[in-house]
Design a binder for this molecule. Sequence first.
Ligand code: F1P
Length: 462
Amino acid sequence: ETEFSPQRLLSEEIVKTLMEVAERVRLILKDPQDSLVVLSGCGTSGRLAFFMSGFNRELQRLNYAPICSYVIAGGDRALFSSQEAPEDDPTLGALRLKKVSTIPCLRGKKRVLFIGVSCGLSAPFVAGQLDFCLRHPDVYTPVLVGFNPCVSLCRNEPLPGCTLTFRSVVTRMEELAKTQKAFLINPALGPEAISGSSRMKGGSATKILLEVVFSASFSRTPVTFKYAQWGYGRAVQKILCACGRQVCYLGWGSLGLLGLIDASECKPTFGHSELLFPQGPEFSISHDDFLDRVLPRLTDDDAVLLLYSDSDDVDEVAKLAHRVREKTSNIHGAYHQTDGGTAAQQVPCYFFLYKRELSTKLLLNAVSTGAHILKGKVFKNYMIDLQVTNSKLYRRAARLLQVRIAMVDSLKMNQHLCVSVVQVVPLALVCLLTGCSIKEAETRLEQQPIVREAVEACLKSS
Ligand code: F1P
């Protein structure tokens, strides 16, 4: 029997739990010598864990000691590139958590608040960390953030290398949550616009929830966060209408970071990212790299989106914008002004920051998703060119193809092959829809690389 969660983002129960977690953060703020907050996750969730650990900067600005640390499956490389395979490893998750709480400057912390994020309540890496916390309750208090509409739907297959399942870990946490020894924040968000693309609603809700926790740890007053609808729809339309070839994000500060996060997530979701994201072995992501490697190749078909706020070096933005304009007239700006000068002096900037960051994230998600829809990487509301790089993505791909599961089975491959084969989902989809051989499907996709159109052509001809 499936019982769907009655909790929404703003349900009383959720706000109550957020305030309880905020209280734990407040205790850590009072005792930074002996305590620590560790944020962790995989993929987008890990990138947001990293992003939210930027709370330290605000703390330093307000003369508090930093208290946050982060873990992302796949290490820092995963911040700006997709590294999905380590997400399957619960032991690695526990080891990384142990390591972060024992590195020299953090050694001997007596109290660790662990905040694990897994939108689907599914990542074995995070489950391993939660289990580790549950086995060391003297030091670790686990908090799980996710958006699975009901706990009985979360993954119940044994985690690699042990008998636990994600669901069994959550069930233990539910029990301990009754006495506030663990916390579960799992509101239902409703379906994602692109099925399974938790980088969108899930990522945004993660950001909102963690910001509420951190800001409330200062003020005790529950933050009432009413998010207006920003008029970003028109901006998205304008950018995408003008853009024929590629979209390039050029950003400053935390808004620039959101651009990198948005772009890096396009690879697993849409197969490969056509967004300009200069990413060599050394992650060439600086403005100088942009000038050296990207600018010379820009044409009027490319769109450039500047992401900045009045706290960035606006003169530098103007200089770069000028150089971009020499190459393309499709240049757009997402510019944020600090709201309310007087209030800003009294309240930490953080309270203002989150709104501009969130609006930027929503804008970027809409631009990148829209761009990939235009490129034919989405069929109905399914991502049909996702990378099959870990067990969750393998299952997602198989579900997508389950209309003819027997053929999917013949495509089952060992993990090594899964990682190395690109376009496996479009290939299988074309095979399934037409009954043709893999070779023929390859030819069809070569003739029509826009996956949605290849699929639609097959549907028409069958
Ligand atoms: C983590 C994640 C997603 C990514 C892809 C693979 O998901 O890395 O961010 O888009 O779906 O999984 P989750 O643990 O937050 O559900």
